[in-house]
Design a protein around this ligand. Structure first.
Ligand code: MN
Length: 136
C-alpha cells in the first residue's frame, strides 16, 4: 500500500498538446506492470487539446465546469460536471473547455508504451472549435 498525501504540483500543459492555458496534475502513475495513468486537467475558457488518439482508449470524468468534446467526423458535444466520456482505442478526438467556462476533468488511460499518453496530431482550429455543438 502507498498513500500519496499530496500529488505532484500543478504544472502548465505542454504547448504542443494544447491551445490556450491548461494546468495539470499527475494523480497516478504506478510502477510496471501497471499501465494505468491518471491526470487532472484544468482548462481555462477556450483552451483545448490538439487532435489525438489513445492506443488503449481513455476515460474522462468531468469534475467542474462546462466543456466540449469532439470525435472525428461528428460535431462537437457539450460535457458538464458529472459526465463520463469514453474514447475507444485510436478514436481521433479532442477535449477542452467551452468558450466562456472553465472545465476540469480527470483523464484515465492505459499507456500503450512507457510514457506514451497519446499520439498527437494537429491543433484544433478556431473554426473547428467554434462549430455549433450538438447539445443534448
Ligand atoms: Mn484524449
Amino acid at each position: 500500500m502507498e498513500i500519496t498525501r499530496t500529488p505532484t504540483g500543478t504544472r502548465p500543459g505542454p504547448e504542443h498538446w494544447f491551445t490556450g492555458q491548461v494546468w495539470m496534475e499527475e494523480l497516478a502513475a504506478p510502477p510496471s506492470p501497471s499501465r494505468v495513468h491518471a491526470l487532472r486537467v484544468h482548462f481555462t475558457p477556450g483552451a483545448r487539446t490538439a487532435w489525438h488518439r489513445h492506443g488503449l482508449g481513455q476515460i474522462l470524468y468531468v469534475t467542474e465546469g462546462i466543456g466540449l468534446v469532439q470525435r472525428r467526423g461528428a460535431p462537437p458535444e457539450i460535457i458538464r460536471a458529472g459526465d463520463v466520456v469514453w474514447f475507444a482505442p485510436d478514436e481521433d478526438h479532442w477535449h477542452g473547455a467551452a468558450p466562456d467556462h472553465f472545465m476540469t476533468h480527470v483523464a484515465i488511460h492505459e499507456l500503450a508504451a512507457p510514457g506514451e499518453v497519446a499520439d498527437w496530431g494537429d491543433q484544433v482550429t478556431d473554426d473547428e472549435y467554434l462549430a455549433a455543438p450538438d447539445d443534448h
